[in-house]
Design a protein around this ligand. Sequence first.
Ligand SMILES: Cc1cc2nc3c(=O)[nH]c(=O)nc-3n(C[C@H](O)[C@H](O)[C@H](O)COP(=O)(O)OP(=O)(O)OC[C@H]3O[C@@H](n4cnc5c(N)ncnc54)[C@H](O)[C@@H]3O)c2cc1C
Length: 389
Amino acid sequence: MLHKEHFFIKTKRQKALYDLAHQHAEKFRERAAHYDKTGEFPFENFEELKASGFHALTVPKEYNGKGISLYELVLVQETLGQGDGATTLGIGWHLGIMMDLSIRREWDEPLFQKMCQEVVNEKKLINRAATEPKTGSPTRGGKPFTTAVKQADGWLINGHKSFASLAPIADYFIITASIKESDQVGGFLVDTAYPGLQTKKTWDTMSMRATGSDDLLLKDVKVPMEAHVETIGGGHANDHLPHGWLLHIPACYLGIALAARRDVIHFAENYQPNSLPHPIKEVPHVQQKIGEIDLELMKARYMMYGVAEKWDEDEEMRPHLGPELSAVKYVATNAAVKVVDLAMRIVGGTSIFRSNPFERYYRDVRAGIHNPPNDDAVLGILGKRVFSN
Ligand SMILES: Cc1cc2nc3c(=O)[nH]c(=O)nc-3n(C[C@H](O)[C@H](O)[C@H](O)COP(=O)(O)OP(=O)(O)OC[C@H]3O[C@@H](n4cnc5c(N)ncnc54)[C@H](O)[C@@H]3O)c2cc1C
């Protein structure tokens, strides 16, 4: 049973979305250890997400999606994360990008419409590959070494991307590239079937092993002229909008933390060593630690749902919510690390056995620290705002 006391479901529609994510999560949960152990990509999980239409939740209603809100996105992602963190982060990139595209409307509308149709009808998936071995996190502002050269009938792209989640299954990547003979960095929509695009299997990590975040090698990849879909800082009307969609990241890691909470409660209710006349749930230090777990989760969840709600309800506030969105990521991912640590202290030595899920949660929540924005960047953003007012 997943954690049922859900304070954040307020409408029938949210309950239906929660139920959908919960059903998927229960199945993913049974397979999570296998995909973590083997490092195989969980294709069957994605087939199920596609079959239920989960992958189209953030496509706008006008193009036959569900047009879910940011609040609803964090609700489904947090719920899905209780089944399998890696699948959740993977589908989260796709869902978040489709939400972001539908808010910004930076692409030519016919191309965006075509993308939506392909997602809904052909069940295609998209992600963004912005990280490179020599730039590190793109949020630090490093210019891509990947280049795009304009030709008479399109663009020629060459380069190397790393950490490209969904590499085994994505149909499209938005590849960031420096545009030759200009200062600009563009985003290029690259069909993964284009000749010259190769996946290099590099994703052998301790965390989030089933995200398939391999490297992409691009050698003379020819894309059509209209594949240049974005120009970073290109003066688009919505450039000032922060990245609300990135809340899929804290939602995923809080999902993993909620799974640890669920499992540790089950353990404490059932584990009774023969030195005690009752299960360890009655031991004061266990109750203290469960209290700490709930305190961490309350802080992070009220903050995440609160900021998501503000984003949805007040469009005029959106441009000002960048620091709050970043702070949610900081608080949630650090809370997830702390919650799993506390859960393992309660469980004791058996928590490190591979036959138990806690050591997987422990490894998976570590990855959250390295997803954007990094802790130091968040604190810098908050501090800067204080002095710029
Ligand atoms: C599970 C997972 C999935 C991911 N999926 C994707 C994806 O789908 N697409 C994608 O594009 N990326 C993805 N990423 C990559 C992620 O967004 C980061 O780009 C990546 O982790 C590299 O960032 P970093 O901070 O870890 O490393 P780096 O940026 O290399 O930083 C390493 C160290 O140097 C410091 N540092 C580097 N530059 C600066 C600077 N300018 N100022 C101050 N300090 C600096 C950092 O603080 C850190 O201590 C994923 C990452 C993970 C963990």
